[in-house]
Design a protein around this ligand. Structure first.
Ligand code: FPP
Ligand code: MG
Ligand code: MG
Length: 330
């Protein structure tokens, strides 16, 4: 921690706007169809981390201070924060169908409460309402930036489903997938508010790179917590990735030390005892430690990118967010 950032609680700084985001999302999902409405609003209950709106709002505040003498967040920038959280939530509703997950944010998933068919439709519904909001911005560049996120999400998820890459290419494939499934949303949402702030190309690029690095660190820690945390803390199943056949950073690092893991990764841990063997080899290796080091490097890179930002509370809060990502336990 630096001297400046410890005074700034990022959530506190953006609190009025964050509260507003959640209620505005609920308003946009306020359809006459009672069951669809209940399902669509199910995760917007004020219990989520709202991590994406947080960085979007802080980025908007930090960049608006350049040029103009105000850090007031514009209506369109608030809409980007909403759209970002809605795309994220829609993708989670679908993700829980794909992963056959029964809990999320400490409660039953949409899928386990209402069934797969309705869960898929409600994910589509949230995504379609977010697309309407996006169109209402009447900004072609921002429409392109945020549509790219949706394409990346689908491609990232597809890459994860049935990959058969060479052992040498595996880590690259993992990083590419991680960008698409997690970092693209944060990177492009930051870029979208930068475009809306009319800041310089250099700052726009820095905003994108900040979001990308935060996103990479965020997912690396998520993949690490899958090995080290517990469902009661996370509010969603842990020790789940291996069972789903997924080799994430801790296993990929462990395989460099314990070559016998390569065969298990190739067959996606599908033989009896594979999951347990892989877990114990990861525990014996420095895979978790290496994963944390990589996440730390991304967090440091994110902080480095803020150096050209005009000094402000929002900038300090963004710096704080970069350290919070590493210390989160859920
Ligand atoms: C969570 O990952 C899932 C994602 C980050 C992306 C999921 C994307 C899709 C299902 C593509 C469809 C997209 C849209 C916009 C409808 P995880 O399973 O590793 O994390 P978890 O532990 O939180 O479930
Ligand atoms: Mg998944
Ligand atoms: Mg999942």
């Amino acid at each position: 921690h630096t001297d400046t950032q410890k005074d700034v609680n990022p959530f506190q700084l953006a609190k009025p706007e964050l509260d507003h985001i959640c209620s505005s999302i609920n308003q946009t999902l306020n359809t006459q169809m009672t069951e669809l409405r209940e399902m669509a609003q199910y995760y917007f209950d004020g219990q989520g981390k709202t991590f994406r709106p947080l960085i979007v709002l802080l980025m908007a505040k930090a960049l608006n201070a350049h040029g103009k003498n105000t850090d007031i967040i514009s209506q369109s920038q608030k809409q980007v924060a909403m759209i970002s959280e809605m795309i994220h939530t829609a993708s989670l509703v679908h993700d829980d169908v794909i992963d056959n997950s029964s809990t999320r944010r400490g409660k039953p998933t949409v899928d386990s409460r209402w069934g797969q068919r309705k869960a898929i439709l409600v994910g589509d519904y949230i995504l379609s309402v977010s697309s309407l909001l996006l169109a209402q911005l009447r900004n072609e560049e921002v429409v392109k930036i945020l549509s790219q996120v949706i394409e990346d999400l689908v491609r990232g998820e597809f890459m994860q489903l049935g990959s058969k890459e060479e052992p040498n290419d595996r880590f690259n494939h993992y990083l590419k997938k991680t960008f698409k499934k997690t970092a693209s949303l944060m990177a492009n949402s930051c870029k979208a508010v930068a475009v809306l702030s009319n800041c310089s190309d250099d700052l726009t690029e820095r905003a994108f790179e900040y979001g990308r690095n935060i996103g990479m660190a965020f997912q690396l820690i998520d993949d690490l917590l899958d090995f080290t945390s517990h469902e009661s803390v996370m509010g969603k199943p842990t020790a789940a990735d291996l069972k789903l056949g997924l080799a994430t950073a801790p296993v990929l690092y462990a395989a460099q030390e314990h070559k016998e893991l390569n065969a298990l990764i190739m067959r996606r841990f599908c033989h009896e005892g594979d999951v347990e063997l892989a877990r114990s080899l990861v525990a014996k290796s420095d895979g978790v430690y290496q994963t944390r080091l990589l996440a730390e490097a991304h967090s440091a890179a994110a902080i480095g990118l803020l150096k050209e930002f005009k000094p402000s509370k929002a900038r300090d809060a963004l710096e704080h967010v970069a350290t919070m990502v590493l210390s989160r336990n859920k």
